[in-house]
Design a protein around this ligand. Structure first.
Ligand code: ADP
Ligand code: MG
Length: 862
């Protein structure tokens, strides 16, 4: 360090404490970055990299951005997952002796941004922390700095369960201990793609004890301590709006593992990662941002308690029954701003008058909302209204203090109402009066001098002046006017009288602006006192919004209220897939029933590709989730069990595209399902075994079905392209075959998307091949082979069939080989080699057919 200039030394000292951040080092009107920060920032932000002499041997890389446009650059970096430390000059450079003092005043990180432009309106921005207690026990905390929300969940089932919990939540950053296992850390980085931050201090300072008062477990308290200490070190300012920590009792919610959250596309789609096309996208009819956030939270945690679910249904029903009143409520909600985030900004001290005005406008709507809720027949809906506290004191305060349409800037006055503060009124009187006096003076001067164009103006440099055009100067009397400024065709003058008044006016104005700022700061402090109540109000309003949204979407899409049973019966009449029916523009979605009594745990679904097997399976899971969230469901009627967990293994399109060790993923997901499911769970296994060679896959698929049938007893939908599995219904009495109907019509296969009992007809593959216009001889050959396969006598013993088919396949090749041997042996070898090299699992049916055609043609060439 020795050779560096004092400023660079100062820089290095500060930077040492913020190694994982970009240090924005304030230098006059710029934030400068040096050394590696500069190199990286110039790359990320596409700004010019320069260098400067810093006293060392080599010039120091440097790049900078003007402080007034820093916001965009910061946003850019934070969105990329980086952290930014803002280092300001904390003393006046004019009075500084030596290097100006500098300090980091704020750390902006992905999980702690507060600026409106960086936040998704309808999404929480969570900072999460993880603390490991024992090998299998972890405590997760969630904080949303923009809303003040703090939640804690205890996970006792090991690391995988932690990932399941965290997956797909809007977490941007995670605070962990330096001691957290390396493999866990890399899981977080790679699988959840969050920014990691470190905090080892877990002791909570006395000021914040009130946040954890209702937590019994010391481990949990300390886990929150890690989070809180991180917030304090990054924010370096008031955290008054943090709400007391709430425990999330995971046992009260349906458990959805990572795979299900992803596969079912509850809040985002697999391919595009956006909300569009997800279940949330379909059912979100909320009007406010707060309601949107709450809906998402509800959707991520479906309930298990029947009473709580029914309570939501009752409210939804109330809202459905009264369309006009519901629309009125939607209208009122539209004019309510984001109270949660406004409260957050009040606490942070970065609200302006316009924000407080939004608060006032929002509060002014609460009585309307209460009135409207009173209009409903439904008692529970009325009760929602009774619970709303319009915060009259706060409203009165804002109403009395703020003018109608205040400016954003706090520096120019014009914020506070007349009559709110006597002193302010005095200043304003003086200044207004002064202005009136000046207007009168202008009149008087005009008359006295007889110059019609004489006017009195004001500018910052000369203050008030009397302006006379050049042509009229000769009319002015001698002595009275002192010339101040000469323009091309006018002269500007002052008089002692004018200057005297000017002093009074300006003083009054300056004082009134200062006083307004002071009064506004006081006001902000007073509003702070209302934050907990505001947060409560926000929560109630969000709930009303979510419920009205459920009612609106249910009416719009013709959803119906489901009922629940404890006999593990599934009975859905004319069920639909909520998303696909929306995406299909022409109302052509075919509804299907789902029936599973206690006699049937497993539905084995067969049917040609693209017939609708996967859709049918997902539809059931989505329906169950919607029901347990408290929304009506897409069907004519539904009677369902309350599912404790949902597991899915669904071959998503991207698996086939990426082809990445699909089979391993498949097996992991299947393992996860069968080891964690209970008889009250729902399992969806879609075409399992597809990722490996036919016999492997079939054998595993069968074994998995048997295992579920014998040991797990969960309600299971199992789709398969192994037609052979359909005979399992003879050995497994709780398994039922169903299939998706397809028909041949004028030489074409028509998908009817209709589910029917029994197994599918096996020969559709050949029909499809026919449609693809494969050579006639090939189709005929395939038909013969199929016949042979079908004619095998004993279909009851599945294993036997597998083996026999194996043999058959071999003998088929044997025969072909013999034939070939009589021809050209070399070609035979080549053909066999190409056959062997085929990677069947990576091929589409069409590619397979093309390849077969090519081989066939080759084989027939003499
Ligand atoms: P499979 O899993 O049998 O290959 P999918 O469930 O993926 O078939 O469905 C393929 C396509 O068929 C869907 O994308 C959808 O467009 C259409 N489809 C599926 N089910 C229905 C239905 N019930 N009504 C109308 N179209 C459907
Ligand atoms: Mg499918």
């Amino acid at each position: 360090m020795a050779g560096y200039t004092p400023m660079i030394q100062q820089y290095l000292k500060i930077k040492a404490n913020y190694k994982d951040c970009f240090l924005f080092f304030r230098l006059g009107d710029f934030y400068e970055m040096f050394f590696n920060d500069a190199v990286a920032a110039s790359r990320e932000l596409e700004i010019t990299l320069t260098s400067r002499d810093g006293g060392g041997e080599e010039r120091i890389p440097m790049c900078g951005i003007p402080y007034h446009s820093a916001a965009n650059y910061i946003k850019n970096l934070v969105e990329k997952g980086y952290k930014v430390a803002i280092c300001e000059q904390v003393e006046d450079p004019k009075v500084a002796k030596g290097v100006v003092k500098r300090e980091v005043v704020q750390l902006i990180t992905p999980g702690t941004v507060m600026e409106g432009t960086m936040l998704e309106e309808k999404e929480n921005n969570y900072l999460a922390s993880i603390s490991q207690i024992t090998t299998h026990t972890f405590v997760i905390t969630y904080s949303d700095l923009s809303t003040g929300e703090n939640n804690i969940a205890v996970i006792e089932a090991g690391w995988e369960a932690v990932l399941n919990e965290l997956f797909n939540r809007p977490i941007k950053e995670m605070v962990i201990s330096n001691e957290l296992d390396e493999t866990y850390q890399s899981d977080l980085k790679q699988r959840l793609q969050v920014t990691l931050s470190y905090m080892d201090e877990t002791v909570i300072q006395d000021d914040f004890i009130y946040l954890v008062e209702n937590l019994a477990d010391e481990n949990v308290v300390q886990a929150f301590g890690r989070m809180l200490n991180y917030l304090q070190t990054t924010q370096k300012r008031a955290l008054d709006h943090l709400k007391p920590v709430q425990m999330i009792e995971l046992k009260q919610y349906m458990s959805l593992d990572m795979y299900s959250k992803r596969n079912l596309e509850l809040t985002e789609t697999i391919m595009r990662k956006g909300k569009q096309g997800s279940l949330l996208w379909v059912i979100d009819q909320t009007v406010t941002a707060m309601g949107g956030r709450m809906l998402k939270k509800w959707l991520e945690r479906p309930l298990l308690n029947k009473r709580s679910i029914e309570k939501r249904f009752d409210l939804v029903q109330g809202f459905i029954e009264q369309f006009i009143e519901r629309e009125a409520i939607r209208d009122v909600l539209k004019s309510i701003y984001d109270l949660e985030r406004l409260s957050g900004r009040v606490a942070f001290g970065n609200v302006n008058a316009r924000d407080l005005n939004q608060l006032k406008v929002s509060l002014s709507k609460v009585p309307d909302l209460k009135d409207q809720l009173r209009q409903f027949e439904n008692r529970q809906v009325n009760a929602l209204g009774d619970q709303l506290d319009p915060l009259n004191d706060l409203f009165g305060l804002l109403e009395d203090s703020l003018i109608e349409d205040p400016p954003i800037s706090l520096k120019d006055g014009g914020i506070i109402r007349d009559g709110y503060n006597a002193k302010l009124d005095d200043y304003r009187y003086a200044s207004r009066n002064g202005k009136k006096w000046i207007a009168e003076l202008e009149q008087k001067e005009k008359q006295e001098t007889n110059i019609k164009s004489l006017k009195i103006g004001y500018n910052r440099v000369f203050g008030y002046y009397i302006e006379v055009t050049r042509a009229n100067i000769h009319l002015l009397p001698e002595g009275k006017y002192e010339r101040k400024q000469t323009l091309t065709n006018a002269e500007r003058y002052i008089t002692p009288e004018l200057k005297e008044k000017e002093a009074l006016i300006l003083e009054a104005e300056e004082k009134s602006i200062d006083l307004e700022y002071e009064l506004f700061s006081e006001l902000r402090e007073q509003v702070k006192g209302f934050i907990p109540k505001l947060q409560q109000l926000a929560e109630k309003i969000s709930e009303i919004d979510v419920i009205q949204g459920f009612a609106s979407v249910s009416e719009l899409n013709d959803y119906n209220r489901p009922s629940f049973n404890t006999e593990r019966n599934v009975s859905i009449q004319e069920g639909r897939h909520p998303v696909i029916e929306k995406v299909m523009k022409d109302d052509s979605f075919v509804p299907n029933h789902v029936h599973m009594t206690d006699d049937h745990d497993i539905l084995l679904i067969t049917g040609p590709n693209m017939s609708g097997k996967s859709t049918y399976m997902r539809q059931l899971a989505l329906t169950a989730i919607m029901a347990q969230v408290g929304c009506y469901v897409p069907c004519q009627s539904a009677n369902l069990p309350i599912f404790d967990k949902i597991f899915t293994r669904i071959g998503a399109a991207d698996d086939l595209v990426s082809g990445q060790s699909t089979f391993m993923v498949e097996m992991l997901e299947a393992k996860h399902a069968i080891t964690n499911a209970t008889e009250n769970s729902l399992i969806l296994l879609d075409e399992i075994g597809r990722g490996t060679s036919t016999y492997d896959g079939m054998a595993l698929a069968q074994a998995i079905i048997e295992y579920i049938h014998e040991h797990v007893h969960a309600k299971t939908l199992f789709s398969t392209h192994y037609h052979e599995l359909t005979s399992l219904d003879q050995a497994l009495n709780k398994l039922k075959n169903i299939h998706v109907r397809a028909e041949e019509y004028e030489g074409k296969v028509v998908f009817l998307h209709q589910i029917q009992d029994g197994a599918a007809d096996e020969s559709y593959g050949i029909h499809v091949a026919q449609l693809a216009e494969l050579p006639k001889s090939l189709i005929e050959r395939a038909t013969v082979i199929l016949k042979q396969l079908e004619q095998k006598p004993d279909r009851n013993s599945q294993k036997q069939i597998v083996q026999e088919k194996d043999l058959q396949q071999l003998s088929f090749f044997e025969q072909e080989k013999k034939k070939a041997n009589n021809r050209v042996p070399k070609k035979d070898g080549l053909l066999l080699k190409s056959l062997k090299n085929l990677n069947l699992m990576e091929m589409t049916p069409m590619e397979a057919m093309n390849e077969l055609y090519r081989l066939h043609k080759q084989a027939n060439e003499e």
